[in-house]
Design a protein around this ligand. Sequence first.
Ligand SMILES: Cc1ncc(COP(=O)(O)O)c(C=O)c1O
Length: 315
Amino acid sequence: MAIQKTEKIWHNGRFIPWDDATVHVMSHVVNYGSSVFEGIRCYSLPSGPAIFRAPEHMQRLIDSARIYRIDVDFSRDQLVRGMVDLVKANGVWPCYIRPIILRGYGEVGVNPLNSPVEVYICNYPWGKYLGADSSEGVDVCVSSWTRLAPNTLPAMAKAGANYMNSQLIKMEAVLNGYSEGIALDVSGYVSEGSGENLFVVRNGILHTAPLANSVLAGITRDSVLQIARDVGINIVEQQIPRESLYIADEVFFTGTAAEVTPIRSVDKISVGTGTVGPITRAIQQEFYSIVRGEKPDRYSWLTPVPVSSKQPVGV
Ligand SMILES: Cc1ncc(COP(=O)(O)O)c(C=O)c1O
């Protein structure tokens, strides 16, 4: 899916034209993958555009940078402000927002500490990630690739380099005719998709892997856990054996890109009846009704973007 570019990009606190946001081929990030980033949705509500869990995303960005000893000259609130200003300035929503912090052009060599830190925020129109009809279910496989092992590349940091592993998972799945792959962790327990957290429902109980199974601390995962707690669904956060996927009543992905995407089959074994199950449906409906502004934002998840026209101009 090609990016539909917007006019401006936020760079180190000021706007630059989209086409000027370039990096040198000898920059640290190009050679050694030294970047941390976020992916955030800005939804279109009847009241105007609103960014989903803006402070939580910017906090995770700062946390990812901290793990990699990247000093960021901007506070969480300044980054949130930058993102709001950008959506307003480009006037494009609903959209995807991509903040990225990278080690730029400085010294050559693995030691990153003398390369300059550059902070960018971009936004562009974006639709469904796993296909237009993905809210009715996708077919997935268990990947032959293992998720990042503990104490190798930290899975809790959303770092560009982690996505080399995600690319292997995704390519294998797509080339074999699946929408997505589920990776197991180094011990063989269910971890997550290439860019999504995973939930399994069995006998009315919602299961998800804890962070120690090499999963990203997904913000949609956290939102789904909040909704589930609120509507009285029992939650178990513990290791999930691979075979649970084959005997589950329901399985679904969560993520900024995937939102709440039901899984119809795993390795060609149908999940439950092969249709969207009642717990997935209930969570999906609650999630979408909040982010679309059909229900009150009772968790304060949405940061409004003040715009003069209330007309969505994205996708
Ligand atoms: C590897 C991985 N796991 C999980 C997620 C879901 O996280 P979130 O809900 O914060 O988008 C993502 C997406 O960012 C991801 O890339």
